[in-house]
Design a protein around this ligand. Sequence first.
Ligand code: FAD
Length: 535
Amino acid sequence: MKVTVIGGGLAGCEAALVLADGGVQVRLVEQKPIRRSPAHQSDFLAELVCSNSLRSDNPENAVGLLHEELRRLGSPVLAQADLARVPAGDALAVDREIFSGGLTKRIDAHPNITRVHEEALALPAGPEPVIVATGPLTGESLAQSLVAAVGKERLAFYDALAPIVQGDSIDRTIAFAQSRYGKGGGDDYLNLPFTRAEYEAFIEALLAGEKVAPHAFEEARYFEGCLPIEVMASRGRDTLAFGPMKPVGLVDPRTGQQPHAVVQLRREDVAGTAWNLVGFQTRLTWPEQKRIFGTFVPGLAKAEWVRLGQVHRNTFLHGPSALSPEGSLHAMPHVYCAGQITGVEGYVESAAHGHLVARRLLAKLRHEMFREPPAETALGALLRHVTGAAHPADYDYQPSNVVFALFPPLPDRHSKTERKTLMMQRARVALAAWASGARLELGPVPERAAQPAGDGFAQRGGRGGRGRRNRGGRDSRAESRSEASAIGGVTAPAGVVNAPKEIVGMQSISAPEAERAAALGAGESNRPTCTAEET
Ligand SMILES: Cc1cc2nc3c(=O)[nH]c(=O)nc-3n(C[C@H](O)[C@H](O)[C@H](O)COP(=O)(O)OP(=O)(O)OC[C@H]3O[C@@H](n4cnc5c(N)ncnc54)[C@H](O)[C@@H]3O)c2cc1C
C-alpha cells in the first residue's frame, strides 16, 4: 500500500523517511518551489523557517529529552541535525544547508519515496492513507478542505498563548482560590487581586512595555477574537477590568471585599503544577512579560514561567476533538495529521509527532498493534498534549512545546533541579520498558546526553546562557522574528547559508561561522512558547 504525505517540512520528512525505511511506498507532495508560504524561502525540504536552533540538547530539559528519545529511536531528522551541528553551547543548532539539504538529498535518493511538486488543494479521498503535515502556514484551499471535514470551530488560524506559571512559584499568601459566583467546584481558579492603584500601575506598564512587531502576513483583523491584553488596554484603561480581569463574583478573603480587578489563574494540568493566566495572550516581548507580570501583578514576584505569552499566525486543529485516538480525522479516518497542524509547536516537536504518526501507520499496515509511548516519556507527554490527556476538561487548547508540565507529576515534592533529573531518569526507564514491550530497537543513551547534571553544562543552557544571547536586553527571539519579517522570512548567518550544498554530513565549520551562528541566537527558539530554561 502507498501512503501520501502532504507537506515536506519537519513532520512530513520525518514521517516519509520512517515509512519508507520501513518498506512503505511514499508519495510526498510538497508545494515548493511552485508555491511558498510567506515564511518559507529555500527550495529544500525540512526548512527551518526562522532560528537554526533545535533548542536545548540537555536531557534534563523536556526538549533535550525529546532529542534523546528521537535519537535512540533512529529519527532521520535528529540524525541529520547531529550531522549538521554547529557549536552553540547547550543548544542543538545546525547549519541550515547541511540539515535541510541533507534531508532533501536523502528523500530524493530514497527508492521508496516519490516526490510530487504540487500544492494539495483538498484532502484526498480514501482509502489510501494520507498524512497531512502542512504546518502552521497551511494554504487557504487545503485549510478550507480541513474546515469542511472537522468544522470551523476545530481549525484555528492564530494561536493566542497566555503565559503559564509554575504552581509552586505563586505567592499563596496573596492568591485566593475561588470561582466567580462560586461556580464549578467553587474554588477552581486562583485569583491575584489588585487594588485600584495597583491596577492603574499595571495598565501603565502594559501600555509602555515593548511589543513584538507582527509579521507582514499577520493581519490585525484576525486578532479580534483573541485580542492581546495590551491592545485591550489601549482601547480604554478600564477595558481589562471589565474583560479578563473583571472581579465580579469574587471576594478576597483577606479584605472581605471585591478587589478592583484580578488576574485569574486556571489549572493547566490536572495536578495543578502549572497555571495559565486566563485571557492574557500578549505580544509583549518575553523580558517585558517577566518584568511587568513579576513587578505589577500581586503574587507573581517570584514567578517561574513555564511558558510566556504570544500571538502568531498558526493554523492548527483542535487536537483533542478533531483527531481520533488513532491520530486521524474523525470525519475522514484515512487522513492522519502530523506536526504543527495538530497543535504541537516547534521544529523538534513537529518532527517527533511525524515520527509517531509514521510508526503508528507502519504498525497498522503490518497489522500489528501500536503501543503509544508512556506518558512519562517526552514522546508520550507530547501525545498527551495532542489528545488532551495532559489537560483539564475545560482546557483552552493552544499549541504547545514539549514542557515538563505535560508529564505526569512526580509523586513527591523536589527542588527544581532535582525534579528535572528525576523526570529524565523516570523517562529513560519508561522508554526502555516501552521499547522492549513494543519490540523496538532502542539505541544507547547518547554519550553527550549522559553528562552528569551540575557540570556547568545545564547552567550554560539555563539562565547564564540567556544573558549572553539577549543582545542589548531585548528578547532575542522577538528580535530575530522581527529581523525575519524585515527581510521577508528567514534570518540566517551568511557563512552558514553559503556552505557547499554537496557536503552532507560535514561536522566542522569555520570559527567565524560558529561565532555568527551563536551570536544569532543559535541556542534560542524564535517561536517562543516554552520556558526560558527549556530552550
Ligand atoms: C514565522 C515563523 C517562525 C518560526 N520560528 C520557529 C523557530 O525559530 N523555532 C521553532 O522551533 N519553530 C519555529 N516555528 C514553528 C515551526 O515552523 C514549526 O514548528 C515547524 O516548522 C512545523 O513543522 P511542520 O512540518 O509541521 O510544518 P512546516 O515545517 O511548516 O512544513 C510544512 C510544509 O508543507 C508544505 N505545504 C504547505 N501547504 C501545502 C500544500 N497545500 N500542498 C503541498 N505542500 C504544502 C510547506 O511548503 C512546507 O514545506 C516558526 C513558525 C513560523 C511561522
